[in-house]
Each structure stands twice: as structure tokens, then as C-alpha cells.
Write a protein that binds this ligand. Structure first.
Ligand SMILES: Cc1cc2nc3c(=O)[nH]c(=O)nc-3n(C[C@H](O)[C@H](O)[C@H](O)COP(=O)(O)OP(=O)(O)OC[C@H]3O[C@@H](n4cnc5c(N)ncnc54)[C@H](O)[C@@H]3O)c2cc1C
Ligand SMILES: NC(=O)c1ccc[n+]([C@@H]2O[C@H](COP(=O)([O-])OP(=O)(O)OC[C@H]3O[C@@H](n4cnc5c(N)ncnc54)[C@H](OP(=O)(O)O)[C@@H]3O)[C@@H](O)[C@H]2O)c1
Length: 280
């Protein structure tokens, strides 16, 4: 028996023709959940005469009881995706069905195996709409005055797909203003198709997002080491990844020689340095 809530569309922002930010308000209020979780959105598909459900990462934080936010790609190839096509035709005021928030893969690690607080630097790696859970992270850490160092890395093909660029830039600027002992936040984006005309104004990092972890052959330091000012290790950093399997594998491969293991393959003492959720 699927437990479901009815929810109303209250906000819709088309970022580009196939990318939308959408807010949904459950009629009985936002339930308790953990930042980083996902839920299913269900929509009636007229041709199939049934409700079809798909998983979407929650891009808002658990302290926000006003709405759930999502960033969703309209899947168009090779055939239009069933749920995303219906989603893109929704208007403010329309109704959808939501499953209960679920998933532990991207819940934030608060404790180390020895029971001490997990105060390691947090690096979040989002490929495309895989940024979604990390918007929830950023808002959660900000809302709870968390002093841990947070780095968000986003990869997109085109500059207009850097969906939360303004919010994340503002959060980094706030860090500079207030001082890193108060709010320690960094944001970097990489564009993977820099040669395309549409990206001609981009002067930032290029390549897929996992290239932030590739060490320079001479210095053995990666762009991410340079950014945080030290070599990242599983003792000083925990890495969260969401995106294509290729993104996840690329980051894991670069960090393997530094002793990073995933939560699925913990060390004998229960420690790990990587958590991930894949699109698959
Ligand atoms: C944990 C999790 C979190 C997720 N979070 C997000 C998120 O935050 N944002 C987001 O945008 N997505 C997210 N997704 C992906 C999402 O769940 C859906 O898979 C996606 O939106 C496509 O759903 P759809 O019904 O539109 O496509 P579907 O109808 O399921 O189609 C899927 C693919 O199959 C192809 N296809 C469909 N029918 C055929 C056919 N007859 N023959 C050949 N190919 C066909 C489509 O072209 C498409 O490429 C997440 C997935 C998971 C597992
Ligand atoms: N939690 C989840 O599991 C979750 C969350 C969000 C979205 N999704 C689903 O993921 C799918 C695609 O997401 P998207 O449209 O946001 O991605 P996208 O915009 O097409 O791509 C984002 C970035 O990933 C790169 N990329 C493409 N294929 C890759 C691969 N095989 N390995 C490594 N990197 C790759 C792209 O590089 P190029 O420019 O070189 O192509 C681009 O830089 C959608 O179907 C979406 O519904 C799942």
C-alpha cells in the first residue's frame, strides 16, 4: 500500500525550456523528513489511465515547513518522458500526488564511528539536476548556523543550466563578509561544453564536475585541494555525490589512492569518506 499526500503546485520557474524549479505544498502540511531525501511525484498519465510515479530529490531543507522544492529536467529523448512531460504542463494550483520522503544515501553524516561529532569539511558534487539535494544541504547548514566548511561543486553542459548560481554565489559572498569562522561556504561550477557558442561568456572552470578532483601531475594537488588550501583526506573531508554513475565513478577513482572509501564499503572501524546517490 503506497502512502501518498495530495499536494498543490504553488510556484513554477522555467529556467530554460527543459529545466524547471517547482514548489509543491502538501494539503496537510510538509511532513517531517531529513534534508537530502527524495520522494515520488505521481501524476495521472491520460494515455495509460493510471498514476505514474517518479523519484525526485528534495531541493529544499527539512526546516522549511512551507513547501517542497524540486529542480526537474524535462526528459525528451529518445521519447518524451511520461512524468516529466506531464510535469511541464502543470500550472500553479494544479494537484499532484507525493510519496513519503525517503532515502538514507544523502543524509548528512553527523557522527563519526567513535561517537564524536563529524566536523569534517563537506564537499558536495552535483552533476546537472544532481545539484538538487545539495541546495537542501546549503539551506540546512545556513538555517542551523552550522560552522562546518561546506563546498558545493556543480557541473552543467551550459551556463543557463547553473540553476542555483545566484543563491550559491550569494552564500559564498556572505562567507567573505561574515568571516569563515561564522559561515564557511564555497561554490564552484564547471561547464562541460565550453566550446559551444552559447557558453562563449564562460571564463570559469571547464570539463565535467569530477575534474575538480583530478590531481596535477607535478604538484599532486587537485583544483579542490588548491581551493580549500590543503590536500583533502578522509580524516578532514567527507564527499557527497549525486548525478550520473560516470560522475560518481570519476570522483571515487580520483579519491581512491587517498584512502577514501564509500559508505557501502566502510573500513573495518566503520569509517567512510564518500556518500552518493546515482541516477540509475
Ligand atoms: C533517487 C532519484 C532522485 C531523482 N531526482 C531527480 C531530480 O531531482 N530531478 C530530475 O530531473 N530527475 C530526478 N530523477 C530522475 C526521475 O526519477 C525520472 O527518472 C526522470 O524524471 C524521467 O521520468 P519520466 O517519467 O519523464 O521518463 P520515463 O517515461 O520514465 O522515460 C525514461 C527514459 O526512457 C525513455 N523512454 C520512454 N519510453 C520509451 C520507449 N518506449 N522506448 C525507448 N525509450 C523510452 C525516455 O526518453 C527517457 O530517456 C531522480 C531519480 C532517482 C532514482
Ligand atoms: N538523485 C538522483 O538520482 C537524480 C537527481 C537529479 C536528476 N536525476 C536524473 O538524471 C538525468 C540527467 O540529469 P541532467 O539532465 O540534470 O544531466 P545533464 O544536464 O544532461 O548533465 C549534467 C552534467 O553531467 C555530464 N554528463 C553527462 N553524461 C555523463 C556521464 N555518463 N558521466 C558523467 N557525466 C556525464 C554532462 O556533461 P556533457 O556536457 O559532456 O554531456 C554535464 O556536465 C535525468 O534523467 C534526471 O531526471 C537523478
Amino acid at each position: 500500500m503506497v502512502s501518498e499526500m495530495r499536494a498543490i503546485v504553488t510556484y513554477r520557474e522555467i529556467i530554460k525550456e527543459d529545466l524547471v524549479i517547482i514548489r509543491l505544498v502538501p494539503v496537510n502540511g510538509v511532513p517531517k523528513y531529513r534534508t537530502g531525501q527524495f520522494l515520488t511525484i505521481g501524476l495521472p498519465i491520460p494515455a495509460e489511465k493510471k498514476i505514474v510515479r517518479r523519484a525526485y530529490s528534495i531541493a529544499s531543507h527539512a526546516e522549511n515547513k512551507d513547501y517542497f522544492e524540486f529542480v526537474i529536467r524535462w526528459v525528451r529523448k529518445p521519447l518524451p518522458g511520461r512524468v516529466t512531460t506531464e510535469l511541464f504542463y502543470l500550472s500553479v494550483g494544479d494537484e499532484v500526488f507525493l510519496g513519503d520522503p525517503t532515502g538514507a544515501a544523502l543524509q548528512i553524516s553527523e557522527k563519526l564511528p567513535n561517537g564524536e561529532k563529524d566536523n569534517r569539511r563537506i564537499i558536495c558534487v552535483g552533476g546537472g539536476t544532481g545539484l538538487a539535494p545539495f541546495i537542501g544541504f546549503a539551506k540546512h547548514f545556513h538555517a542551523t548556523n552550522d560552522r562546518r566548511e561546506v563546498v558545493i561543486l556543480h557541473g552543467a553542459s551550459y551556463i543557463d543550466e547553473l540553476s542555483y548560481r545566484r543563491l550559491l554565489t550569494d552564500l559564498e559572498n556572505e562567507s567573505e563578509k561574515r568571516g569563515r569562522s561564522e559561515w564557511n561556504f564555497r561554490y564552484r561550477a564547471a561547464i562541460s561544453r565550453p566550446k559551444e557558442f552559447y557558453n562563449r561568456s564562460w571564463s570559469g572552470p571547464v570539463g565535467r564536475v569530477e575534474s575538480f578532483f583530478k590531481p596535477n601531475k607535478k604538484t599532486e594537488l587537485s583544483p579542490v585541494d588548491e581551493m580549500v588550501g590543503e590536500k583533502i583526506t578522509p580524516d578532514n573531508t567527507i564527499v557527497y555525490i549525486c548525478g550520473y554513475q560516470g560522475t560518481i565513478d570519476g570522483v571515487i577513482e580520483s579519491l581512491d589512492s587517498r584512502g577514501f572509501v564509500t559508505e557501502h564499503e566502510k573500513n573495518p572501524d566503520g569509517s567512510f569518506g564518500i556518500k552518493f546517490e546515482s541516477y540509475g
